[in-house]
Design a protein around this ligand. Sequence first.
Ligand SMILES: [Zn+2]
Ligand SMILES: [Zn+2]
Length: 933
Amino acid sequence: MDIPVFILAGLLVHCVFLVSIFDIYFSSPLVHGMTPQQTLLPPPAKRLVLFVADGLRADSLYELDGNGAPRAPYLRGILENNGSWGVSHTRVPTESRPGHVALIAGFYEDVSAVAKGWKENPVEFDSVFNESKYTWSWGSPDILPMFAKGATGDHVYTFCYAAESEDFGAEDAAKLDIWVFDHVKSFFNSSRSNQTLFSALNEEKVVLFLHLLGIDTNGHAHRPNSREYQENIKQVDEGVKEIASLIDNFYGNDGKTAFILTSDHGMTDWGSHGAGHPTETLTPLIVWGAGVNYPQKVTSQFFEDNFLKEWKLENLKRLDVNQADIAPLMASLIGVPFPLNSVGTLPLEYLNSSALFKAESMFTNAVQILEQFKVKMSQKKETTLSFLFTPFKPLSASEQINFLKKIRLYIQQQKYDEAVSLCKTLINLALEGLSYYHTYDRLFLGLSIAMGFVGWTTYVILVIIKAHTNLTKTVPTNKKKSTVLFYGFAAAGMIIAFFLLIQACPWTYYVYCLLPVPVWYAVVKEIPVIQDLARNVLSLPIGQSIGFLLVCTLGVEILVFSFFYRSALTVGLLVFAAWPVITQLWIQAKTKAMIWTLLCVLLAIFPLMPVVGREPNIPLVIAAGLLTLLISFFSLASLCKSENKYRDNEDLKVYFYQMLSVALSTYVVSSTHNSLKSKQGLPVMNQIISWMTLVSSPMLLLLSPTFLFERLFSILLSLMSTYLLLSTGYEALFPLALFGLMFMWINMEQEALQHYGLSLKPKLAVFNFTCAMDITQFRQLHLDDVRRSFFFVFFIVTAFFGTGNIASINSFDPASVYCFLTVFSPFMMGGLLLLKVAIPFVLVSCAFEAVQVTTQLSSKSLFLIVLVISDIMALHFFFLVKDYGSWLDIGTSISHYVLVMSLTIFMMVMNGLAQLLTTQRLGLSRRTKHHST
Ligand SMILES: [Zn+2]
Ligand SMILES: [Zn+2]
């Protein structure tokens, strides 16, 4: 295959692999086409008022303050005297949008929202608002419109403050809530002079929704333990009291209004939400008014958390619910159909109504969820060949009828408790079945993609063996045989396509299932190479081949592990430390081997340290600067002593400037952070020096001679002067340790070459990067080159995770750019942080460039090996993609996959940069042509 065709094919295959995860893992679970279900008995309430205090934690509302007084006296009075209360358990991600969807539409928003963005409704859904006669809502423009948009007809009204004018809450976020309360009051006032509105308000099945964003905003700004957050709770409490009495007065105390107060999610002590900590997932729920149970006195009740005692509520029955259960509760209070996609179970204990009403409501609930199951099943059945279809056994058609008949009978016989418990069983089975059919295709699609992955990787391995090794002889291809093969694979492709066609699969399925066909065709076409290879491998001792395979597997597994546990890198580095001993290299180079081992152990410490930025430690940065200076003094001294006739004294000046630059950086870091500590801001002079260092250091580097050691030292000094400015702690020492190891690596690889008798005694000291380019004839690949490439990938991954996790944005600390700017500027900060992350890669890449040219390894064959390693890793991450958990978990699992997939491209770019940095020299006529890649 030609190189451009190969690259194109590779890109295409990887694009398909990448896109496939969104189809396989992140598809919407919602189904459409169910009939609405509703009890025919008269509902207890005519209208419902829903207060959602955004970001309100359960304990913040229920606990008593320092004086033993409740934080929200009115609401406390309600739950003690005339309502029911409990904790509503939210699911992750604990964000506003999924929280509100669970409350109002009754389902936990699917992760396809990740793929489709946050902006609009990714999918259409039904909600209690949509089922109501009229809904009026007040609050944030981020929440309200999504329920108005999904609603059919013109009966959901929203009143939001403009997104831009959210600033009016800047100094006091509670004003956002005051805005809502004020607007509700004036709304009811205006209705007295507006006949249409007045009669609409007096209809049945009316919902009033008050979204109160103040508490969330205050929590983010000041944290939940702040006075601001707690004051805001008090203000909301007063507001709820006023609105409740206003509404009761408006309707002449008809006792037909139900009230619900809850929140969409909680908040951690440090003011964030999104993940699954109990402070985020436990939200309050207080329900009172028409149709709602009064407080139930109990002598003892058991909950795993010890909150009841803390809240002094041991004697009032606590009724916990799942967040989505609130939607059916609201629906049955005002007598509207349950939202079509709701998966909530009606919390019966909140209801104060007849046993018949409860049993009927529960029955409706069960039928409504069963409807979804039926639709989902028939959809799957339609698109699957009947003999391949494996139904969800516990809920076969006859089972369903059995259940429904039995429940009906119990209700007729007035055995309401039995009816209710049977309904609950049916609901659980239906939910189980729903998820069974939702993930029905996952295994089959996953296997297809895995087939493609394995085929592609095998093909790349064959290409490497064929083109870059002398393991196989060129065998003339048998023309007749290959035509037969071609038709065979074409027929297989056709059969697969036909199968997909009769099952009416979406077009993306064709891509996933047909991709393995051409890939495996390409593999099978190379069968002579495989046979040749097999013969070669079989002639080797069996133990050796198995050992090689084991070591390869172990190596890749360690790399995969390091994405989750940075300490896996430590294990890997310790194995590296033992490498000279295992291969007996140490016999021929004792000192070098010892330094290598020492540096490996030293570098192994870094992945064990906490992620950067948590604890600033400027003295360590200064120490790193001084250490760099010390090392450069020694290397300069040894340079002066050595007699290299190609060297001129002009070159030493460049070193001098570079050392000066490192010294300046060290000074700037320490003085900037001192000045910031004493709250004097960033001195202008420091800022100027920082930016000048950033610009001048690459220039200086390009002025230095291109002899191997000189140029590498120059690269270190340049990068260090920038890195120091961007450091706040121990990470400043990381490039130094890494460079030390890289330097020893270059030396050790030379020893390894001699060990295998591949090279004569080299002269690394007089090796010139630009002269190396004249070598056009690269040698064939040796098995040891696989290890070399693995070292490269491993060191790149070490640069990834050595001091933090670059896959997660959480590990970036803005404090590290304070030498450059202190005003918030996301673009600039992002750029500088990216530079900081990139510096260790540049070091590794430059060192590897040196290894490549001194061992005469061609970059092309090398990148093919890297491609194989990264694809094997990618296959792991494909199966590790998560479709549950917090946005952070899901996002990280996707970013791992993308990261590994683009590893090869990333390394190619880095290799280009390394070539530029090692071979180019400014202002001199010694420039020579690039070496071929
Ligand atoms: Zn929220
Ligand atoms: Zn928030």
